[in-house]
Design a protein around this ligand. Structure first.
Ligand code: 7PM
Length: 273
């Protein structure tokens, strides 16, 4: 089980932790662009030390319920961080964006993975992914970030999410992305109720029939808040439990905020499996 992303070939025999680096002025400082970039880079280096196998850099445009970020603002946030990190680390950098222009600039700056919550559906995104040799994460989302949590509905959430991912996988391969460059993600919390999220976790193993490595992002998400009653800043233990369960059900990449705790827990999972 190997994931080809740019110059990297990740061995996914044992699960890999993708550390989240949010580059948002409020999440790091109230200072200027330079201070924000430097704090994000310092945080990213800490996640590498803690054992991250991938860093996922995001300028917030993919977050549910967030005020949209302009193209220029997103570029100003993420590109300096990628440029600053690329010479310092030896693991793939992922760009969390759905905007083709951001993908292109990020790849030029040294990103090796495109993590797209819209699964390359924006005009031009498929072509950019195909023309480079980056890895791609295709994620499922129902609806648009602003309204997707209003009243998500499915006849059968598992088969509908799988059918969507299968279609996007085929479209990506048809556009010229080799299958070894593609990972799939059910998109927890993106147009899903608590019951939908739980069903998807319980039946995660059935997604392995799509033949691609699975990426799971449950870290600090509201479904874990609903289960524990905890606010977002107190969901560490719940997040680790969710990553462990996801790994046992076949997830190969765990997208998390808390890298050290997750890496340690997954070492135990690997040793005992
Ligand atoms: C508010 C709510 C802020 C949710 C941020 C989020 C995923 C992702 C995100 C995921 C992939 C977060 C999310 N979630 N990309 N980007 N999979 N591939 O928790 O589950 O970071 S944004």
């Amino acid at each position: 089980m190997q994931f080809d992303c740019g110059k990297f070939q990740l061995d996914l025999t044992s699960p890999c932790v993708m550390g989240i680096v949010n580059v948002t002025p409020d999440s790091f400082s109230d200072g200027g662009k330079f201070a924000t970039s430097n704090l994000a880079i310092a945080h990213a280096l800490k996640l590498v030390e803690e054992g991250a196998g991938i860093l996922d850099i995001g300028g917030e445009s993919t977050r549910p319920n967030s005020t949209p970020v302009s193209l220029q603002e997103e570029l100003d946030r993420v590109i300096p961080v990628i440029e600053g990190l690329v010479g310092l680390i030896n693991i793939p950098i992922s760009i969390d964006t759905y905007k083709p222009q951001v993908m292109q600039a990020a790849i030029a700056a040294g990103a090796s993975i495109v993590n797209d919550v819209r699964a390359l559906q924006e005009n031009g995104a498929l072509e950019i992914a195909a023309e480079s040799n980056v890895g791609v994460c295709l994620m499922h989302m129902q609806g648009k970030p602003q309204t997707m949590q209003v009243n998500p509905e499915y006849q059968n959430v598992v088969s509908e999410v799988q059918a969507f991912l299968k279609e996007r996988l085929q479209a990506s391969i048809h556009a010229g992305c080799r299958a070894s460059r593609i990972v799939l993600d059910p998109g927890f919390g993106f147009g899903k109720t608590r019951a939908h999220n739980i069903t998807l976790i319980q039946q995660l193993e059935s997604f392995t029939c799509l033949g691609q490595p699975l990426l799971v992002g449950l870290s600090r998400k509201s479904v874990l808040g609903q289960m524990t009653g905890n606010d977002v800043d107190a969901r560490l233990y719940a997040s680790v439990a969710a990553s462990v369960i996801a790994a046992q059900k076949g997830a190969k990449i765990l997208r998390v905020h808390d890298v050290k705790a997750t890496v340690e827990a997954l070492k135990v999972v690997s040793a005992l499996q």
